[in-house]
Design a protein around this ligand. Structure first.
Ligand code: CMP
Length: 155
């Protein structure tokens, strides 16, 4: 099972979309293993978006991401990273597929409601950056046998 990080960004918090976003992952069959609210500090944000350093939108992006606290979550599932990114949709809301979160609720490329890890390496780095070890939980899911076949959960 693969873990992935989801951030509910300030625009989604302000628009009251936290419940809607959580519900989409729950209904899909993803398992919630970590959740809290944080305010990004400057240093963590620099590390989080290090691949965007130097781009013309970097300063604006940092300002946007510290506008309000954000909701941060870790979700777990089979092929969890790709599954969550499909539910989230492509970066620019106005181009994102209908049925995805960004496609259904957003227009912007920057204020795009939500972040999701894009690779196992990013997920590992992101979990380490914002979660303590005891904030990511392991527990038995009572519905796992309804969501996956025995074969799928073997490894
Ligand atoms: P996210 O999935 O968190 O990854 C990087 C973020 O940078 C992205 O969502 C957007 O919020 C932001 N971003 C990416 N491209 C642009 C852009 N061209 N202009 C402004 N913001 C952007």
């Amino acid at each position: 099972m693969e873990k992935t990080v989801v951030l509910v960004k300030p625009d989604a918090l302000q628009r009251g979309l936290v419940g809607e976003i959580i519900q989409r992952f729950e209904r899909k069959g993803m398992k919630l293993v970590g959740i809290k609210m944080i305010t990004f500090d400057d240093e963590t944000l620099d590390e989080w978006y290090e691949h965007h350093k130097g781009k013309d939108f970097f300063a604006d992006l940092k300002k946007f991401m510290t506008w309000t606290p954000i909701v941060v979550m870790v979700w777990q599932g089979l092929d969890g990273i790709a599954t969550v990114r499909k539910i989230v949709g492509t970066t620019k809301g106005r181009e994102a597929e209908s049925g995805s979160i960004r496609g259904d609720f957003g227009m912007s490329g920057q204020q795009n409601l939500i972040h999701a890890s894009d690779s196992p390496e990013s997920a590992k780095k992101e979990i380490k950056l914002i979660f303590d070890k005891d904030e990511v939980f392991e527990y038995e899911s009572a519905s796992e046998c309804l969501i996956y076949s025995k074969e799928e959960t073997k490894s």
